[in-house]
Write a protein that binds this ligand. Structure first.
Ligand code: NAD
Length: 479
């Protein structure tokens, strides 16, 4: 059984405390590797190594050289594509095609930010007579990255590539439940020539390694992706030392289908947006708002679609893989059990494939109708393949319902009315609005992030490069 160590200052090191965590295959519950259980001392060593890199070989590289390295890493990820995709699928319980899509997206982040590294610059500012005023764009310094288990490869690509492009040195704390792709990508980074210490990875439990990273005085910026509860703890720890934070948190995102929509497109996306990654996606379309005159027709079609869905092992490449772990499985079953106790039964349910191993954490996709708007299935992030459908009469009601949760990450609008498309794009309280599509295929170029409990700050696109850097103003008086 392989032991995965921490990467600190360019060398793989066992955890300083000598403790290890089991790596569990969510598809059958078996343990197939061990992971370093890093703690405060490992985080401290990683932060020091990042500082040394920043003051040394990594910090001396100019933007074009950093960009070249990032692009080389993107190419190396694609060269290692088959094995990385299989690793990601098994470790995180993703259907084969989803693991493959995630590795492609990860490579694309390194390609995009590699190409952008030397294209972000300051301004010269028209100012008083006798002055020249300009801005410099500088890295924060050592950036901390706390990563969740649901899309380890995509999120490491999204966060790390942008931070490195701007010249930061990074300390990454991936999730204990799935992070093997992150470790492999760090290995590839060393192979393509990243200087030691530019990228450091410390694995471990959130309350130990994660909390140590959030509280570390040597960290100059933290990017956190995960649950709102942990995000709030990380922000509080960072606030104690006034460290800037980007929070990418959860969602309860609506898909809004008007009677004039292209129903074939809308409904196939409505299903995909909740079963992708077994619903364990921050931007899962977990609420379906349908205009009243077409609701019966829509539900009838969706019942057929849901009845045909299957969850099974990653290599069977079905609609859903397993949920990530026992706790997540119990959480999803808890939502379903409480709904049943309150008299709400699924309108349709998919099934768990006959060949799914007994010890795996599988959940059959479910469609609910007519739960009250204040019910937890209408308000809380289930993080499982559970879709709740509602109906609305008109545009105003659709907007009110869409905005009526604590979250505000993403929304989908399906209508052929151009005026309505723009009115909804403006009225929806969230970070991304998709019109007649959902997710735009991942869109590395498109700024992403939330409002309300979905977080603050933006990653992806050029906005991430501004987030991972700071502006310094220089005013020169020359007479
Ligand atoms: P989580 O908050 O439990 O864990 C996220 C990361 O934080 C993990 O690495 C974990 O080890 C670490 N962590 C846990 N406790 C910590 C602490 N006290 N201090 C510092 N770090 C700590 O979230 P999760 O269950 O891994 O992920 C699911 C959540 O993430 C969902 O709410 C989902 O919507 C959200 N998410 C958001 C995005 C986005 O971009 N908006 C993307 C993916 C997931």
């Amino acid at each position: 059984m392989r032991d995965y160590e921490n990467l600190i200052g360019g060398t793989w090191q066992p955890p300083s405390g000598g403790a290890w965590l089991p790596v569990i295959d969510p598809g059958d519950g078996s343990v197939f590797a061990r992971l370093a259980r890093g703690g405060e001392a490992d985080i401290d060593a990683a932060v020091s190594a990042a500082r040394v890199a920043l003051d040394g070989a990594w910090g001396r590289l100019d933007a074009a050289e950093r960009g070249r390295l990032l692009q080389r890493l993107g190419a190396a990820i694609l060269e290692d594509f088959e094995s990385l995709a299989a690793l990601e699928s098994r470790d995180a319980g993703k259907p084969k095609s989803q693991g493959a899509a995630d590795i492609r997206a990860c490579a694309r982040y390194f390609e995009f930010y590699g190409a952008a590294a030397d294209k972000v610059h300051g301004d010269t500012i028209p100012f008083s007579e006798g002055f020249t005023a300009l801005t410099l764009r500088e890295p924060h310094g050592v950036t901390g990255h706390i990563i969740p288990w649901n899309y380890p490869a995509q999120i490491i690509g999204r966060s790390l590539a942008a931070a490195l492009a701007m010249g930061n040195a990074a300390v990454v704390k991936p999730a204990e439940d799935a992070c093997l792709s992150v470790l492999r990508i760090a290995e590839l980074a060393a192979e393509v020539g990243f200087p030691p210490g530019a990228i450091n990875i410390v694995t471990g439990i959130g309350a130990e390694a994660g909390a140590a990273l959030a509280a570390h005085r040597g960290i100059d910026h933290i990017s956190f992706t995960g649950s709102p509860e942990t995000g709030s703890q990380v922000a509080q720890a960072a606030a104690r030392r006034l460290c800037p934070v980007t929070l990418e948190l959860g969602g309860k995102s609506p898909q809004i289908v008007f009677a004039d929509a292209d129903l074939d497109a809308a409904l196939s996306m409505a299903v995909k947006a909740i079963v992708q990654n077994a619903g364990q996606t921050c931007s899962a379309g977990s609420r379906l708002l349908v205009q009243a005159p077409i609701k019966d027709q829509v539900l009838e079609r969706l019942c057929d679609d849901f009845a045909a869905l299957q969850a099974g092992p990653w290599d069977a490449d079905l609609d859903c893989g397993p949920l990530i772990n026992k706790a997540q499985h119990e959480r999803v079953q808890g939502f379903l059990g409480r709904a049943a106790d309150a008299g709400y039964k699924p309108l349709a349910r998919g099934r768990i494939a006959a060949n799914a191993p007994q010890g795996g954490y599988y959940a059959a996709p479910c469609l609910f109708d007519a739960v009250p708007l204040d019910h937890e299935l209408a308000q809380q992030e289930v993080f499982g393949p559970v879709l709740a459908a509602f109906s609305f009469e008109d545009e105003a009601e659709a907007i009110r319902m869409a905005n009526a949760t604590d979250f505000g990450l993403v929304a989908g609008v399906w209508t052929s009315d151009g005026g309505r498309q723009m009115r909804l794009a403006r009225a929806l309280d969230c970070g991304q609005v998709f019109i007649n599509n959902y997710g735009a295929g991942g869109g590395v170029e498109l700024p992403f992030g939330g409002v309300k409990h979905s977080g603050y700050g933006r990653e992806k696109g050029f906005e991430a490069l501004y987030g991972f850097s700071r502006t310094k103003t220089v005013a020169i008086k020359h007479g």
